[in-house]
Design a protein around this ligand. Structure first.
Ligand SMILES: NC(=O)c1ccc[n+]([C@@H]2O[C@H](COP(=O)([O-])OP(=O)(O)OC[C@H]3O[C@@H](n4cnc5c(N)ncnc54)[C@H](OP(=O)(O)O)[C@@H]3O)[C@@H](O)[C@H]2O)c1
Length: 295
């Protein structure tokens, strides 16, 4: 199909991968609906990229189902139905399972899994009617490898991966392609947006986990600041995938993601888990103190 007539809906475009993606699709003549959280909409609208006439910036909290449905229906009436949907918006909590609150757990799943699923459901009737469509869900290496202090984030991406795999089978009869892109570490400012649970933010978290937080934070941020891979590089891979005749169900978003995928596949599970545990930063000092006397 000619790009000029294709409508691309991309969520989370105020920064990072989303912001790079809208520029790529714009250069090739697609019509783009670029969403940003209502609080970030003004920033997106005034950005150099959003000045193109082909880009329509809209405010959307992906966890707001009514607003999502409204946006899709309005797009169908004013510009045309969505041909390519890219579920890019995402948040990441850094929290141990014990420190998470139910509300934070809900929010993590709403933004990274439940909201994207609602958006897919809303776009599908028109995609099926046209017998054409592409759905690209931005997952993560965290969607195949879980790490300490990232349980909820990983759970949300594992969920996205499972549902995308089901969708791949369900939608094949209509020629609708479903793909997952897994970025690994990216040299971006995304780490500045990592959220802590309300319990930790209120200073009510368990101090026994302090080493987990400190070591994991330093470890992840250190790699992110050193890696040469940028959001622009990831956007290039996603864009390329969106134009392939037979896109893969799973694609690496960064070179390190291919390496992690290989390690995860070839090592026996018990070796993999022990090895990963041993290489966790400062792990020998985690969980200090002697077991409490129960007598
Ligand atoms: N950066 C990495 O190292 C990395 C690695 C693996 C996977 N990923 C995945 O890649 C995707 C893009 O991340 P990024 O690196 O580009 O990070 P980013 O710069 O933080 O971009 C995330 C975008 O999502 C938006 N967003 C947050 N909550 C939202 C909500 N409730 N509704 C709608 N939009 C919302 C953000 O808006 P605001 O700017 O207004 O907050 C932002 O525009 C995410 O799905 C992330 O999980 C990133």
């Amino acid at each position: 199909m000619n790009p000029t007539y294709q409508v691309v809906l991309i969520t989370g475009c105020s920064s990072g991968i989303g912001y790079e993606l809208i520029q790529r699709f714009d250069r090739k003549g697609y019509r783009i609906i670029a969403t940003a959280l209502p609080n970030s909409l003004a920033e997106l609208e005034s950005s150099p990229a959003a000045q193109s006439q082909r880009i329509t910036a809209r405010g959307l909290d992906i966890a707001d189902y009514e607003a999502t449905t409204r946006l899709v229906r309005e797009t169908e009436q004013s510009i045309g139905s969505v041909d390519i949907l890219i579920n890019n918006a995402g948040i990441s909590y850094r929290s141990t399972v014990e420190d998470m609150t139910d509300e934070d757990e809900q929010r993590q799943l709403q933004v990274n899994y439940l909201g994207p699923m609602h958006l897919i459901r809303t776009c599908l009737p028109e995609m099926r009617r046209k017998r054409y469509g592409r759905i690209i869900n931005i997952s993560s290496v965290g969607g195949m490898m879980a790490m300490p202090t990232m349980a909820s984030y990983s759970a949300s991406k594992f969920a996205l991966e499972g549902a995308s795999e089901s969708l791949w089978y369900e939608l094949k009869p209509w020629g609708i392609h479903v793909s997952l892109v897994r970025p690994g570490f990216i040299n971006s400012l995304a780490f500045t947006k990592v959220q802590y649970s309300r319990r930790k933010a209120a200073g009510e978290s368990s101090p026994e986990y302090d080493s987990h937080y400190e070591n994991m934070k330093t470890f992840v941020e250190g790699i992110m600041q050193r890696t040469p891979c940028t959001s622009k590089d990831v956007a290039r891979r996603i864009f390329k995938l969106s134009r392939q005749k037979r896109p893969k169900l799973r694609a690496a978003g960064t070179p390190d993601a291919s390496l992690f995928y290989f390690i995860r596949r070839v090592l026996p599970r018990f070796v993999y888990h022990r090895l990963l545990y041993k290489t966790l930063p400062g792990v020998s000092k985690w969980g200090p103190g002697k077991p409490q006397d129960k007598s």
